[in-house]
Write a protein that binds this ligand. Sequence first.
Ligand code: GDD
Ligand code: MG
Length: 346
Amino acid sequence: MKVIILVGGEGTRLRPLTYSIVKSMVPVINRPFIEHVILKLAAHGINDIVLAMGYKPDSIFSYFKDGAGAGIKLTYSLEEKPLGTAGAVKHAAQHVDDTFFVLNGDTFSDIDYTEMLQLHRRNKAMATIALTRVEDPTLFGVVETGPEGRVTAFIEKPARDQVTSHWINAGVYILEPAVLDYIPDNEFYMFEKGVFPALLAKGAPVYSYASQAYWIDVGRPSQYHRLNCDMLEGKCSSPLYKAESVIIEAGCAIHPSAQITGPARISAGCYVGEEVHIQGPAVIGCGCRIEKGSLVENSILWDNVIIGAGASVIDSIIASGVKIIENARLEGQTINQDAAADHATK
Ligand code: GDD
Ligand code: MG
């Protein structure tokens, strides 16, 4: 079955963590975010994958080439101008003639796509929208439903006094090809404000699939941090990661006096010095040096990070190549590559 993943346009960076890596390629426990998403889809037999994007996908293309694993077909749909969520799907789905999935490319979930598809078919729906429950619906699209989960209203980014439900659009849709008739060609058009309200106005069968499964939108660094930690702790699943207490990859030198408390992943070629304390959840990327007496707690380090002796890094994310100076204290910080110089000289 086909899925169109809305990877986004040129501006889709996980700011301020990175200005150079597109959001979908940020490492989640050392593998690109989108790779986790793709392999989860493939595990449900959704293995004809189209990445819809508004920029030249150099980093994505050089990583995946034209495959993402055995039995997975991967194609790219490039937009020359911003088309919005629905416009991008129309552009990518010119020749779709069967039921297909659409995914917002910045969400990660354990939603049961197989069960969702069964429900879609049972309801003979034209569109099925997965719903998830959140505390603050104002950042999302609220979906109101009636009997049998039929969608009755769609309120994108409601003001606080407009919030009628905590169930929101999880950014996972199953659509019949007929939905494409509601999207103009080569024009900016959104599902959230255009297609779904139009389908409702026509009385088309639009249903919801309410899921209690793990769900997160990783659009902010704090959420990205949480996804890494949740995956380490086994709160969500990925075919690319099996939650274990402490994983130490090949080529690491770990001093016997270092104390590592899981869940933690120490990637290939790391050096962990004398009396270092790593307190999970923690991801240490490839080739990092954690110098004598330092502490890394509840933090995500990308590749080739150096933590100077006696430094402590708590609840933080450190981008590749950053050097944290000796005895520095970092708590709740997001350090990007451009900040490297500051932290090296402070
Ligand atoms: N290819 C492509 N082209 N992708 C796009 C475009 C476009 O023109 N515009 C947006 N996208 C992608 C984004 O990169 C993202 O992966 C996805 O579409 C959703 O866009 P966001 O900008 O992240 O929207 P949002 O998070 O504010 O709201 C959406 O997602 C929520 C769930 O996370 C809406 O769909 C809400 O209704 C929903 O609740
Ligand atoms: Mg989003």
